[in-house]
Design a protein around this ligand. Structure first.
Ligand code: PLP
Length: 473
């Protein structure tokens, strides 16, 4: 399988090539040249497979440059019960007889769904770098969940260092403790005196220095990484099969969304032939995606217009994976996609209303809704009261919006994107008690912290990276 850019037809190489590179040279995102599909009979063959074997079947058509036995081995090493807490890896838990079903994606090392893909990235990076005799220094920015998922995935990986920037004092207490308690030779936590967008700008500034980037093998694991999207498609299959529906019957999925990575993976699964009826995008107060799916206009928001909310991992004004979706909607037309993204880049709205592209969007099964802080609290309280189950604020956004689109006789699967323990303060505000937390995180706030503080200054950041890579220079 070859990959192409969403903005031009030039070939970007195979899976291993796009695994290690960020944006395409033309600024676009990597997409497979075709999307292979499963027939109904093939889907029936996949139904009983354990998670790692299912992952192999779903991902294999897109990864043709890793020998079969090696790919199986690395997926078995990734999706183990010891890492994800159960044989099923992503258990499906119905909420009573009347509620939706929760697809549990957050039982991995960092307690958020990002582990599902990031753990695979850890193993895949190690494998590809080993074969090529290369190293990578991952530079990233996090507002919370990405950082810890990346760090836990790269623990002990010899060819990988992680430099993770976070806005000083702005993550939840638990999120800070989760990252900063790591004392590992290849993990470097860097707290920046600034906000999340400052961190992201620093990452961009370092990447803009081509010479520094090449000299220090700077790489990324951000949300536009194709391998993350692909790995996420697997649990839609797993969740669908766990419903036990007759062959061909539809199920709907509801997904708390920010960068559009998770729900895009659902669209990919649907394009591969999984009978997904509706894909419901749940936004919080930062409702850029809801505006698009309800009105046909995509208008990104600048950092200062992004609200700080109690589902912070969805506080995003520019959904980085959305370009992949519009590329597919255009029928894989890179010229059209480039035209749209020139507008987006200039801060202008892209309006599809009344065009054939809008018909394609409506036919794609996407629905959307938004929720507020008050909705979130009420939903957490209601699900706790009615079903005896605590959910986190992001999952609550999903459950609330999913309810709007329930169809009689069609199951609604809500993706659980984090455990409530990660967002104790909001959960306590909703139900008046603290969520349980896994044994390994008891008292983590008291653990010693390993983190360097820098000012919002790219030269200081570059010095710090260079010093850590060459400790004797
Ligand atoms: C990252 C994240 C999201 C948003 O996922 P996208 O792929 O960016 O749409 C939602 N909930 C939680 C808990 C997250 O960490």
């Amino acid at each position: 399988m070859q990959y192409v850019s969403t903005r031009g037809d030039q070939c970007l190489g195979t899976f291993s090539d796009v695994l290690l590179s960020g944006l395409a040279p033309d600024g676009g995102l990597a997409m497979p040249a075709q999307i292979p599909t499963f027939s109904a009979t093939e889907l029936e063959r996949l139904r009983p497979l354990p998670y790692a074997e299912l992952a192999y079947e779903v991902m294999r058509p897109f990864i043709t440059d890793i020998p079969e036995a090696d790919l199986r081995k690395l997926l078995r090493a990734t999706y183990r019960p010891e890492v994800f807490g159960s044989e099923e890896i992503t258990p499906l838990t119905p909420l009573g007889d009347s509620g939706p079903a929760l697809l549990e994606l957050s039982n991995g090392p960092s307690l958020a769904f990002k582990d599902m893909a990031m753990q695979f990235l850890g193993h895949a990076f190690e494998y590809v770098l080993d074969r090529r005799g290369e190293r990578v220094n991952i530079l990233g920015a996090t507002s919370g969940d990405t950082g810890s998922a990346a760090e836990y995935a790269m623990l002990g990986k010899e060819r990988v260092n992680v430099f993770m920037l976070s806005p000083q004092g702005r993550m939840s207490t638990f999120q800070q403790a989760q990252m900063f308690s790591l004392n590992e030779p290849n993990i470097f936590n860097i707290a920046v005196e600034g906000v999340f967008d400052d961190c992201q700008d620093l990452v961009k500034a370092v990447n803009a220095d081509a010479e520094f980037k090449a000299r220090h093998d700077i790489g990324a694991v951000n949300s536009i990484n194709w391998a993350r999207v692909l790995a996420q498609a697997v649990y839609y299959f797993k969740g669908y099969f766990a419903l036990g529906l007759p062959p061909g019957a539809e199920a709907d999925f509801c997904v708390p969304s920010g960068n559009f990575g998770n729900v895009f993976a659902g669209y990919l699964a649907q394009q591969m032939g999984l009978p997904i009826g509706q894909l419901v995008v749940a936004s919080n107060e930062n409702d850029v995606l809801h505006d698009f799916f309800s009105g046909g206009v995509y208008q990104v928001r600048s950092a200062e217009r992004v609200a700080v909310t109690s589902s912070p991992s969805m506080d995003i004004g520019k959904a980085s994976n959305f370009e992949r979706y519009l590329y597919l909607i255009s029928g894989g037309d890179a010229t059209q996609t480039l035209g749209w993204w020139d507008e987006v880049g200039a801060g202008r709205p892209v309006s599809l209303g009344g065009t054939p592209h809008w018909d394609a969007v409506q036919a794609s099964g996407f629905r959307s809704g938004r929720s507020t802080h008050a909705d979130r609290l009420a939903t957490i309280r209601q699900v706790d009261g009615q079903f005896g189950r605590l959910i986190d604020p992001h999952t609550a956004d999903g459950v609330l919006v999913g309810e709007e689109f329930r169809r009689p006789g069609v199951p609604m699967v809500c993706l659980e994107t984090a455990l409530p323990a990660k967002f104790g303060e909001t959960v306590r505000e909703a139900v008046g008690r603290d969520p349980e937390r896994p044994e390994r995180f008891q008292g983590i706030e008291q653990a010693e912290r390993f983190c360097e503080v820098i000012s919002n200054d790219v030269e200081q950041l570059k010095r710090l990276i260079a010093d850590h890579l060459n400790p004797n220079s």
